[in-house]
Design a protein around this ligand. Structure first.
Ligand SMILES: [Zn+2]
Ligand SMILES: [Zn+2]
Length: 350
């Protein structure tokens, strides 16, 4: 089959790789209908993160079950599914205590095991969630980034009526805005440097947008309120990772979701907010909870599939899988021109 395999920094190749075959009783092979490019893929393409040379990439996908192992009773060929890319051991202390996202052996498809930038992918049956009727494959592919935001919000103590500030309106930030509303936020503030992205943030439910060029985060939010109940860092940037500490009210919360891929120097003014304002600082990692893969997946499929939360406005490009290498290079040149990019393996067969 054809797939996109990653060899080295800025070296992604569309090439022939072996077809996956059923080996274990719980194996399921899925025909990939569409697969999204993630911000973490772009970071790894540019900087090199963990990877195995020649491994197939991609972890945000939806598809149709092609074949199942002898022990699979929950799925059958033809079923439409989304895939949870996070694999855990189910045996370590974290897994046994109901926190699979903290698994000692956490693994994600695309990093060490073959991913979904391919015509077919193989996963254990428990990693696949059936799509609801009326849910498109595009919505299916956006389920994984939605679960990143939902998992983060489940780490918070968000309640109906709360105010939330989302720093960084990339795809994960947009998800955080939409899902904060679903969790009951009354007012969502969206912060970004890019006016076009802030415009999009409004479509995802932001009530107030703040362009952060030349503004002090702490003072600017206090033109609107006494600080927010919850501030979410979804920019993955060293500068905002420090400034986000200026956004919550006294006793408020900060959730770190973005990965800065850099040291984070924190000015004293912002660091002292942790003590002086008795902030509650929380980290969030991946998408899963117990019972695996968790309520993140169940709710993402339900809310997106039944259009209670609309997420497809972030899609800017829909291209053939073979165009993957060129589009990664184009993203390097002009990242702001790209929202969510979806790749379609079947388009290369037409
Ligand atoms: Zn991702
Ligand atoms: Zn584990």
């Amino acid at each position: 089959m054809k797939a996109l395999a990653f060899y080295a920094k800025r070296d992604l190749r569309y090439e022939d790789v072996p077809d996956p075959v059923i080996e274990k009783d719980d194996d399921v092979i899925v025909k990939v209908k569409t697969v999204g490019i993630c911000g973490s893929d772009i970071a790894r393409y540019r900087n090199l993160g963990p990877y195995v040379p020649g491994n197939v990439w991609g972890h945000e996908f939806a598809g149709e079950v092609a074949s199942v192992g002898a022990g699979v009773t929950s799925l059958k060929p033809g079923d439409r599914v989304v895939g949870c890319p996070n694999m855990v051991c189910h045996e370590c202390a974290a897994c046994r205590s109901g926190h699979p996202s903290r698994c000692e052996k956490l693994n994600t498809i695309g990093a060490y095991v073959p991913g979904a930038f391919a015509e077919y992918i193989k996963l254990p049956a428990k990693n696949l969630i059936r799509m609801v009727d009326g849910m498109s494959y595009e919505e299916g592919a956006l389920t994984e980034p939605a679960t990143v935001a939902i998992h983060g919000l489940y780490q918070s103590n968000i309640q109906m009526g709360h105010s939330v500030a989302v720093v960084g309106c990339g795809n994960i930030g947009l998800m955080c805005i939409a899902w904060s509303k679903a969790f009951g936020a009354k007012t969502v503030y969206a912060l970004d440097l890019d006016d076009a992205q802030l415009e999009l943030a409004r479509k995802f439910g932001a009530d107030v947008t703040i362009n952060t060029a030349d503004v002090d985060f702490h003072d600017e939010i206090r033109k609107h309120c006494d600080g927010v109940d919850l501030a979410i860092e979804s920019a993955g940037n060293a500068f905002t990772a420090a400034r986000v500490l200026g956004l919550p009210r006294k006793g408020g919360q900060v959730i770190y979701m973005g990965i800065p891929y850099a040291d984070v120097p924190v000015p004293r003014f912002y660091f002292e907010k942790i003590m002086r304002n008795e902030l509650n600082i929380v980290g969030s990692w991946c998408t899963i909870s117990a019972p695996y893969p968790g309520k993140e997946w169940e709710n993402a499929v339900d809310y997106i599939g039944h259009h209670k939360v609309k997420v497809t406005d972030m899609i800017t490009h829909q291209v053939k899988l073979s165009e993957g290498p060129a589009i990664f290079e184009a993203i390097m040149e002009n990242p702001r021109n790209f929202g969510k990019v979806l790749l379609y393996p079947e388009l290369d067969r037409q």
